[in-house]
Ligand binder design. Structure first.
Ligand SMILES: Cc1cc2nc3c(=O)[nH]c(=O)nc-3n(C[C@H](O)[C@H](O)[C@H](O)COP(=O)(O)O)c2cc1C
Length: 202
């Protein structure tokens, strides 16, 4: 397993059989909710953001920004309060919360940047794989109060939230309340032949 600190065994990945050859890091990445509550260090957060920084983007515009909060700091509770209740239940034990923010317009000319979300998604995936490499859990969330986020995060003009991400040290599924506990396993995927098309989709 790529995540050497994961409390899961290889049997937990039974729903994730490879259908072609690809690096195991992709199949073994998943989004746990059970985290220990131990704060990440600033250096760990920097490593995650460093991974995101090298993501590709349209015209190399790099529309992503990473606004973070660590447990035990004044920013933590306002970040946590942005999450919808069902996400707060488990994300309260994250070791860092990162708001992934993107600039909707190019810095060069303020023209609309149609790919800002696509680009920010690339950064998220880089951060998720870096987290896995560091033995950390990473879990993206759309379930937060987007309307309040711009105030809490003090977003400048043209910036919009794309996701909140919980990073943390993995913990046992037993630490989660029901019904989250039974959902704490890696999920399956559509079959490769449902996703691949040679030439057109007919
Ligand atoms: C943009 C985005 C938003 C998501 N929002 C939430 C969320 O609000 N709450 C949650 O528990 N999981 C959320 N997820 C996690 C997905 O449910 C999860 O990635 C998906 O089921 C696939 O599982 P895996 O990441 O474990 O492979 C989100 C994931 C993404 C990429």
């Amino acid at each position: 397993m790529a995540n050497i600190d994961s409390p899961l065994t290889s049997a937990d990945f039974f729903q994730r059989q490879a259908q072609a050859t690809a690096d195991d890091q992709f199949r073994l990445r998943w989004s746990p909710r059970s985290m220990s509550g131990q704060a990440l260090t600033l250096a760990q957060v920097q490593s995650l953001c460093e991974a995101g920084r090298w993501a590709p983007s349209c015209f190399n515009s790099q529309p992503w920004r990473f606004v973070f909060a660590l447990p035990g700091t004044p920013q933590w509770q306002p970040f946590l309060d942005l999450l919808i209740d069902v996400n707060q239940i488990w994300a309260a034990k994250a070791g860092a919360l990162v708001a992934l923010v993107a600039r909707t317009h190019f810095e060069a000319n303020d023209a609309p940047a149609a790919t800002h979300s696509f680009d920010a998604g690339s950064a998220w995936m880089s951060m998720a794989l870096q987290a896995q490499h560091m033995g950390l859990a990473a879990h993206a969330m759309w379930g937060f109060h987007h309307d309040k986020a711009s105030d809490v995060l003090k977003l400048p003009e043209y910036f919009t939230t794309q996701a909140m991400i919980a990073f943390g040290h993995p913990a046992s599924a037993e630490a989660l309340p029901d019904p989250l506990r039974e959902r704490e396993v890696p999920s399956p995927r559509k079959a490769l032949d449902e996703l691949m098309f040679n030439g057109d989709m007919s």
